[in-house]
Write a protein that binds this ligand. Structure first.
Ligand code: 3H9
Length: 705
């Protein structure tokens, strides 16, 4: 090959008659302005040089091209646009071949679909995931994918945002050829030279006719109805369908113009800003000082103490990640139950056809049940998940201290207890950390990594490494009652209770919260989790509650009747015959009424907007306190906690991003207004006040960190 042009994100080199155009823009070859310019220049160079017979597009490093540069969205557009670049590729009178390895996503796949031939290596991942960022494929993806794959399959790919492996992509019609090996340039050149030898013509995707347009349009109508129901409040999915309708009904260039107009609408939507914030925030959360300062300790084996719901869920999560797991319980009956809890998950997968019996047996072969702590002497990392009681947990940690080898990481899965006190029960507080999993632990993405005062940095780094291995979203939290998530939840739940006593029914509150985009409202969540859990906590805390603080007793009245939610077929809602979706209960409304009278409250009406203003103000204010006290490192850590663990609508980017979107002065003004009724509850967070005074937003703290 001839010499490459150095210092460029797009280099060209000759291999015989083929011009090899390499995108080299680490880490994922995103299509930033320099790459677009480079590609346009390379295509022009290929046309200008009569000795070039074909062009090969290839990505350097681990990917072909992962898409447009997401960091450029929301900034002024810089020419050339990606659709222009794609057009110059498709227009080429000389055959253009794209060789795909690693990610060929979004704009990356759109570049590939503009080429005339595509060959993929085995580990290639193809997809149009723009929808996950509130966008639609905006460089011809909505016009070219239906021509290559068929209307229905292409639309489903775009609506799901899913990635296809190389084989599936070939079956779908996205690639012409699968190549063996790991060298994209070699595979691409082999294919390009073969095409040249055959005198293969240029073959433009835009020239492919869409088969049976009437049937395609009927399919799209069905998808539209399904999507409107499924994607509750999301903007871009229906726009994707509109684009594909245009692909079916309009000539290519008009379809492209329609796609561009709708892409710009998506780009300008607050949902795009929220989803892009979520994308980067989920990557930023792992960047914590301890992980930068220290390397993780090596760990190859995991132990879980406790075989209840949490212990079993954590065990499944670790088994799924490929680790051998030893589960310890106090006696034979308990360990049998623990094992059964683990097995149940895999039996369910087998029943659904998502796992084979052999695979289940292979996973369970890595599971060991034990009733003796002495079996933990060689284990690298222990996660305690016993009953939520400080004394019980301290006793467990004393045992672990006795048996575990030096350097073993000792973690507690507590949701609110004082981890410093648990660490102090051992002779090695530097090895003790909190890992707060969410239920069901094998499914829920969030993992709060709770950092007590004496833990060493490499143990924190190990916890982040574990999260990566378990495919969790880790958020660093400081020690306090409830850490980040449950601490904030307690406050906005209280705001919901006040709203209920002041005049909104629990059903109106849940509806408003769902209307905002949460999957469930707070009273539905209580019914799902079991009202008895919160009741027990309230009783425990009764002695230490501020007597001046307002306390709503509706939930207590409901629990006193034995109505604990779904498991007892009634709570705030009725669940006749074990129904999953509750029905409003007139008796609950009567209880609410009686409590209003007892408390001397004259009920007043609240609109959905009134409800959300209070609900969100409470959430954001406590979120600000959590950042102010250093419990969360940055506002983005609060955002990720709520998106990954509390059903917060991802398209709003998290509560702190939402607050930035509406404006912090407005949120503060709301809190000050509500404080006129209850100054004890509605105390503006010092951080919120400071940011408003300085004319800054929460995101300025994310960027400063
Ligand atoms: C699009 O293409 C629109 C077009 O249709 C129309 C345009 C007109 N841009 O995830 P990782 C960074 S929309 C900028 O940790 P992995 C990421 O932030 C786009 N940066 O690695 C991180 O940075 P840092 C459609 C990007 O191996 C680093 O790369 N494409 C982009 O676990 C490593 O990322 C997508 O939606 C980007 N496009 O996963 C694909 N992508 O190290 C989005 C990544 O500073 N990307 N970064 O934290 C992904 O899904 C994953 O990153 C990928 C690699 C699977 C590629």
């Amino acid at each position: 090959m001839g010499a490459a042009i150095p210092d460029s994100v797009v280099t060209t080199a000759r291999a015989g008659a083929v011009l090899v155009v390499t995108v080299d823009n680490p880490p994922v070859n995103a299509l930033g302005v320099a790459v677009r310019q480079g590609l346009a220049a390379a295509m022009a160079a290929a046309q200008a040089d009569a000795s070039v017979a074909a062009v090969l597009l290839v990505g350097a490093g681990k990917a072909f091209i992962a898409g447009a540069d997401i960091r450029e969205f929301g900034k002024p557009a810089m020419p050339p646009s990606l659709p222009e670049v794609c057009r110059s590729i498709e227009d080429s009178p000389k055959p253009v071949v794209a060789v795909l390895h690693g990610a060929a996503l979004g704009g990356g796949l759109e570049v590939a679909m503009s080429a005339h031939y595509r060959v993929a290596l085995p580990a290639a991942k193809l997809g149009l995931p723009e929808v996950t960022l509130g966008l639609l494929p905006g460089s011809g993806g909505t016009q070219r994918a239906p021509r290559l794959m068929g209307v229905k399959a292409a639309t489903e790919l775009m609506l799901s945002g899913k990635h296809l492996g190389a084989k599936a992509a070939q079956q779908a019609g996205l690639v012409d050829r699968l190549a063996e090996g790991a060298d994209p340039v070699a595979a691409g050149l082999a294919y390009a030279n073969e095409l040249l030898a055959q005198n293969a013509p240029v073959r433009r995707t835009r020239d492919i006719a869409i088969a049976d347009p009437a049937a395609a349009l009927a399919d799209l109508e069905l998808l539209k109805a399904e999507t409107a129901k499924k994607t509750r409040g999301l903007f871009s999915p229906l726009k994707i369908i509109e684009c594909v309708q245009a692909a079916v009904q309009l000539p290519f260039d008009e379809g492209m113009a329609r796609e561009r107009a709708l892409f710009v609408e998506c780009l300008d939507s607050p949902q795009r800003a929220g989803l892009v914030h979520a994308f980067f925030a989920e990557r930023e959360v792992a960047k914590v000082p301890e992980a930068k300062a220290a390397a993780p300790r090596a760990f190859a084996s995991i132990a879980v103490i406790g075989g209840g719901t949490m212990g079993a869920g954590i065990t499944v999560s670790a088994l799924d990640a490929g680790y051998p797991v030893t589960m310890v319980e106090r006696d034979a009956a308990s360990i049998a139950r623990g094992r059964a809890n683990v097995e149940k998950v895999y039996t369910g997968l087998v029943a659904k056809g998502r796992m084979t019996e052999e695979a289940k047996a292979a996973v369970l072969a890595r599971y060991t049940g034990s009733t003796s702590y002495d079996d933990l002497k060689d284990v690298d990392l222990v996660i305690e998940a016993v009953f939520e009681d400080l004394e019980v947990k301290k006793a467990v940690f004393q045992e672990l201290d006795r048996v575990c080898k030096p350097g073993a990481v000792l973690a507690t899965n507590t949701s609110y207890l004082d981890i410093d006190a648990i660490a102090a029960a051992t002779s090695r507080p530097q090895d003790v950390i909190g890992l707060h999993f969410f239920s069901p632990a094998n499914i829920m993405k969030l993992l709060e990594i709770v950092v007590p005062a004496k833990v060493s940095a490499d143990v924190v780094a190990t916890a982040f490494e574990l999260a990566k291995k378990l495919k969790k979203v880790p958020v660093r939290a400081g020690v306090c009652d409830g850490f980040i998530g449950n601490r904030i939840l307690a406050v906005y739940k209280q705001a919901a209770d006040y709203l209920m006593e002041d005049g909104a029914s629990p059903y109106e509150i849940d509806e408003a919260v769902r209307g905002f985009g949460f999957a469930m409202g707070p009273f539905q969540v209580t019914d799902l989790a079991g009202g008895d859990i919160g009741w027990a906590t309230r009783k425990r805390r009764a002695a230490t509650r501020d007597p001046k603080a307002r306390y709503v007793q509706v939930a207590d009245r409901i629990c006193e009747r034995g109505w604990f939610g779904q498991k007892t077929q009634r709570g705030f809602y009725l669940y006749p015959q074990g129904a999953r979706v509750g029905q409003p209960d007139p008796e609950v409304l009567a209880i609410v009424d009686a409590e209003r009278q007892r408390a001397g409250v004259v009920p007043r009406p609240f609109t959905a907007d009134d409800i959300m203003r209070r609900y969100m103000a409470a959430m954001v204010n406590e979120g600000a306190n959590v950042v102010h006290e250093g419990i969360a490192l940055r506002p983005l850590d609060v955002d990720v906690t709520f998106i990954s663990g509390y059903g917060f609508p991802r398209f709003r980017g998290g509560p702190m991003k939402w607050a930035d979107t509406v404006g912090l002065p407005k949120v503060l003004a709301d809190i000050e207004e509500f404080a006129k009724e209850d100054a004890l509850f509605w105390k503006p967070s010092p951080l919120l006040v400071k940011l408003v005074q300085e004319g800054r937003n929460f995101d300025s703290l994310n960027r400063a960190a």
